[in-house]
Design a protein around this ligand. Structure first.
Ligand code: SF4
Length: 374
């Protein structure tokens, strides 16, 4: 697997270790575990993977293989033996079917099944067929002898866009079909390739499922809300909101809550992982989070509707947000309610103080006061 001791899967040893170290940290493991994780990644016993496509846009596969920084994709594709993938495999027709059945027979109980896309149930599932079989039948057949099952993307995890109202094909997630199996959900539209990498590394290293939340998402990737570490959080806490796309507040980089940002109700790690290895993500470029990792937000709730923020404990007031004292987009009631929640519950005042613009001395002072009170 290691060529000349310096390269793994066509990437340098340094990049390999860097990627594995990042994945180890992502899994919430101690850094001393990096060697064990690297050993599992380098192992010659590559688990066979059958990757099924159902109702989806192939965006999850696309985002994986077209990563601007190739190490993660390369590593994943070299750690596993991708025996069947309807988009990527060279074979087609009967040849492809043979590859599928050969893997299922030779590696019964050992292969990993990755599902991309939702499964239509209406009219006996006729709205998605491959090789004459409905998605439901294929899924049940391949899942029967799979060692582990991973749903990649929001469609496979929760139904996604295919299940959006009025859900004309009665699309459901893979877990609704495989009710008696543990299905690991890696939602996202698309999900970060790092989340798939870390999940596979976890299976390879420990041969067991990672800790999952109640939606069957790995806790290491979906254990925190976007809002908890959002770079616009200081503006939220100080009551500075964009009111319309393109307005002055939007240009200033203020909080996107009033534009419908679902960050306060969305569990994901986009805010720390970012996308495309160029350190951006939707919120950083001015688009509200659409809540694509949640079952009931993206594709089910209007992009502009605001999510509820619970248990508010607002402070008395928030300071003015302009030099001249005019409040700039800060609705006192809303601001007090939503700003207070986060500040009190999550103790973000330190971040607020650090990131406040220079002309907001009053706000700065108030936030320092809040910090001291905590
Ligand atoms: Fe960030 Fe959205 Fe929370 Fe504002 S509401 S701080 S933009 S996650």
């Amino acid at each position: 697997m290691l060529e000349n001791g310096f390269f793994f899967a066509g990437i340098s040893r340094r990049s390999f270790l860097k990627t594995v170290t990042a994945a180890t940290a992502m899994m919430g493991l101690d850094f001393t575990m990096t060697a064990q994780v690297a050993e599992a990644a380098e192992s010659d016993s590559r688990p066979p993977v059958i990757w099924l496509h159902f109702q989806e846009c192939t965006g999850c596969s696309e985002s994986l293989i077209r990563a601007s920084h190739p190490d993660v994709a390369t590593l994943i594709l070299d750690m596993i033996s991708l025996d069947y993938h309807e988009t990527l495999m060279a074979g087609s027709g009967h040849q492809a079917e043979e590859a599928l059945h050969k893997t299922m027979e030779e590696y019964a109980g050992k292969y990993i099944l990755i599902v991309e896309g939702a499964v239509p149930l209406k009219d006996n599932g006729i709205y998605c067929k491959v090789a004459g079989k409905t998605a439901k039948d294929s899924l049940e057949e391949v899942a029967e002898h799979a060692a582990h099952i991973i749903s990649i993307g929001t469609c496979a995890s929760f139904g996604g866009v295919a299940a959006a109202d009025p859900n004309p094909t009665q699309a459901v997630p893979a877990s609704d079909v495989l009710k008696d199996r543990a299905v690991i959900n890696i939602p996202g539209c698309p999900p970060s390739p790092y989340n798939l990498l870390s999940t596979i590394l976890n299976l390879l290293t420990f041969n067991r499922l990672p800790e999952l939340d109640k939606m069957n998402r790995p806790m290491f990737a979906y254990g925190r809300k976007i809002h908890e570490h959002c770079e616009r959080r200081p503006h939220f806490d100080a009551g500075r909101f964009a009111e319309k796309f393109g307005d002055e507040n939007h240009s200033e980089g203020y909080c996107l809550y009033k534009l419908g940002c679902k960050g306060p109700a969305t569990f994901a790690n986009c805010m720390t992982l970012k996308f495309n290895d160029v350190n951006v993500w939707p919120i950083s470029v001015g688009h509200p989070c659409i809540g694509c990792t949640e079952p009931d937000l993206a594709f089910h709730m209007s992009i502009f509707d605001k999510v509820q923020i619970h248990n508010p404990t607002p402070p008395d007031h928030y300071p003015d947000t302009l030099d001249n004292g005019e409040k700039k987009g800060a609705d006192p009631v809303t601001t007090a309610v939503i700003g207070g929640v986060a500040g009190a519950a999550l103790g973000a005042s330190a971040m607020v103080a650090k990131k406040l613009p220079n002309n907001l001395e009053d706000a700065d002072k108030r936030n320092k006061e809040l910090e001291d009170e905590e």
